[in-house]
Design a protein around this ligand. Sequence first.
Ligand code: SF4
Length: 316
Amino acid sequence: MEYPWGHLKRYNDYSSYIKRTFGERVQKVSVNAGFTCPNRDGTKGVGGCAFCNNSTFNPAYCGPELTVVGQIDKGISFFRTKYQTQKYLAYFQAYTNTYGELEDLLNKYQEALSHPKVTGIVLGTRPDCISDDLLKVLSEWREEYYVAIELGAESTQNNTLKEINRGHTWEETMDATCRIAASNIPVGMHLILGLPGERREDLLNHARKISQLPVNFLKTHQLQIVKGSRYGDEFESHPDHFHLYSAEEFIDLIVDFLEILNPSIVMERFISQAPHDLLVAPKWGMKNFEFVAKVEKRLLERDTWQGKNYSESGII
Ligand code: SF4
């Protein structure tokens, strides 16, 4: 059976989306442009989000001591040995990549786009750092380049956002998502499944709420406790405050989540892997491709697929 996304996989996967968009494989290469974050510099808060140690976002090949082009070159030489890829997207990943003076932001993005192998940019950011001035420029650039924005939503519940010291609300996430989409810029969303206080049903409600928004692609990941974060300290003294999913439990959760997710949303990732030396728990010891294979197997066993129980009203 061919699914609404035009192939036989039981979910709307990101690598097929990339091939549909570019006609070939395109690799993301991470860039740390040296920006900061309003939840660390005091503008929104200090200390950052409870789960965050930003070192977990940075591959070894990128660091702000190198220029943007220098980091891209290093990233390309890293990937060249693994994949036959000719095109790259510069992924501004560390911290908040739309937070700063407009001119400075644009200069950094332009530097990435000046690289001959870079065909577009993806900007990771917070929903409360998206100005209309920036959207106007990026929307014009879209005529020439691929430009996408990836929002860290993390949860759709305001009580959770407060508990993790996120410094923005779900309403701000909805507003930013709609403004980005209205500017004709693809919008991605990032969600952590398993934050303290959220029951399984709350996690499935995330899928229902996100399905009502013009989200193009979605990344989920399990809550990971990492050293150097507030949760890293709390876990040491009160591990019972956290429900950390086993890999098996998380596979079933993802399958249930997919069943109610809007089939038009591309799933970019299910899990994340913090660097070994920073990860406290859970230690699944499973690579991303292994997890994906298990999700595909479970979808087959249950004879289900993304959007099978999706309802446009959000109520099932
Ligand atoms: S997760 Fe993002 S917004 Fe939160 S503290 Fe870390 S860099 Fe800042």
